[in-house]
Design a protein around this ligand. Structure first.
Ligand SMILES: NC(=O)CC[C@H](N)C(=O)O
Length: 258
């Protein structure tokens, strides 16, 4: 009985994990990202793009949306924000004994910001069909060697919404080869390639694995009954559920066990 009660009690150690969520002009999904952190048991901390103070966070989410209206290139202007300089510094810090570099997750526009900041390799161009696509998407979690995916089984299939116009991941042949050889393709599209991404890549990690970016939106798949509309191309006989929440839970578990 006591054991059961303990199991149901919220883990107060998780609540101590502070996860920063960055907002730029034009960001859309910061509230959903903060909510996903909260539902996973952590504490979301708003970070404003013009500030240079990381507010003592243990990890950062760069959420989706249309920062600066996607002018110039999606994510290009946001990448120059003072907050991104701080995120880049903490994410690439050498770290003294025991201190790990800051875990960072870029979702969709956030992934675009991370490539423009050069924290992640490659670039995103227009979907090959030149349309905005919004649908539930099957993905394989190919690497569990990141704090964001450690709770998954390698190769596990998940479903989360995909919604963007500039979702085609491109990189030169050498970069693609290195990503594949080093196990840094973290998420890959399953089924028909929804946007022409090279090698069906939906998400990648940096060499150390602490920085991950992906085009689909795990923060929109944190409760049963939600999901994208079933318009768009490809197979649609699926709905997003709570798979996305596990990306946030995974981070929290990693940080409390570190
Ligand atoms: N959902 C998003 O974050 C969209 C990202 C970007 N504005 C695009 O359309 O490609």
């Amino acid at each position: 009985m006591i054991a059961d009660l303990r199991q149901d009690a919220p883990d107060s150690r998780l609540a101590e994990v502070r996860v920063g969520v960055v907002t730029f002009p034009g960001t859309l999904d910061e509230r959903d990202a903060a909510r996903a952190v909260r539902l996973a048991g952590g504490t979301p901390v708003p970070l404003w793009y013009q500030d240079s103070d990381l507010r003592d966070v243990d990890a950062v989410v760069v959420p989706g949306g249309f920062s600066y209206g996607d002018y110039l290139r999606a994510g290009a202007i946001a990448a120059k924000a003072p907050m991104m300089a701080e995120v880049a510094r903490a994410a690439t810090a050498e770290g003294t004994s025991g201190s790990a570099p800051l875990p960072v997750l870029g979702i969709c526009n956030g992934f675009q910001v991370l490539t423009e900041t050069h924290l992640l390799p490659g670039s995103m161009i227009k979907n090959d069909h030149l349309k905005f696509l919004c649908r539930d998407q099957r993905l394989a979690v190919e690497s569990t060697a990141t704090p964001w995916t450690a709770d998954f089984e390698a190769g596990e299939e998940i479903v989360v919404p995909l919604k963007n116009q500039d979702g085609q991941y491109v990189a030169d042949a050498r970069t693609l080869e290195a990503l594949e050889a080093e196990g840094r393709v973290v998420f890959r599209y399953v089924g028909e390639n929804p946007n022409g991404s090279r090698n069906g890549i939906a998400g990648v990690a940096n060499a150390r694995g602490n920085v991950v970016g992906l085009m689909p939106h795990p923060e929109h798949a944190v409760e049963p009954g939600f999901g994208a509309s079933s318009s768009g191309r490809g197979d649609v006989a699926m709905r997003s559920g709570t798979d996305g929440l596990r990306i946030f839970s995974s981070l929290l578990h990693q940080l409390v066990s570190a």
